[in-house]
Design a protein around this ligand. Structure first.
Ligand SMILES: [Zn+2]
Length: 148
């Protein structure tokens, strides 16, 4: 049995058509034409589709989060295994990348650190003071013990 594709205007075997009834306004398109149509539609509406997907994900944040979580739970070992293997196989690349990153961002990182220290001056001072106090206290106790 053959069917007529209203796009390429050709008679084609039934197997050249998708079995599911997906005729657009009564038109039957062969697989090639349908794929082409879908592809063209996607290309022409890429932004609209992306936007729609983004909006959908934003509206269904919880659902997406739940899916991701479930996916992670169900594939945890596979994912961890993959990450481990990836790190092992790319150890040099990763080290190289990190080194390069540090070198390229030396100034920015330094600035970030000094900004952090500036912003946490009091806390850091407090921390150091406590640290030394504790250190001295322990020293004293040790000395005491040695005397006894
Ligand atoms: Zn066709």
């Amino acid at each position: 049995m053959r069917k007529f594709c209203s796009k390429c205007k050709q008679w084609k075997d039934m197997e050249e058509f998708y079995q599911r009834r997906r005729s657009i306004r009564g038109k039957s398109l062969c697989k090639a034409c349908e794929n082409e149509t879908v592809k063209k539609y996607r290309e022409a509406n890429k932004e609209k589709i992306n936007e729609k997907g983004k909006r959908w994900r934003e509206k269904n944040k919880d659902k997406v989060k739940e899916w991701n979580k479930r996916y992670y739970e169900e594939n945890k070992e596979k994912i961890l295994e993959y990450q481990k293997r990836y790190c092992e196989e790319h150890a040099e690349e990763i080290a190289e990348y990190q080194k390069k990153y540090r070198e390229e961002n030396k100034e920015a990182l330094k600035e970030k650190r000094s900004k952090y220290e500036e912003e946490n001056k009091e806390r850091l001072r407090e921390y150091r003071r406590n640290y030394y106090r504790e250190y001295n206290r322990r020293k004293r106790e040790e000395r005491k013990k040695n005397v006894l």
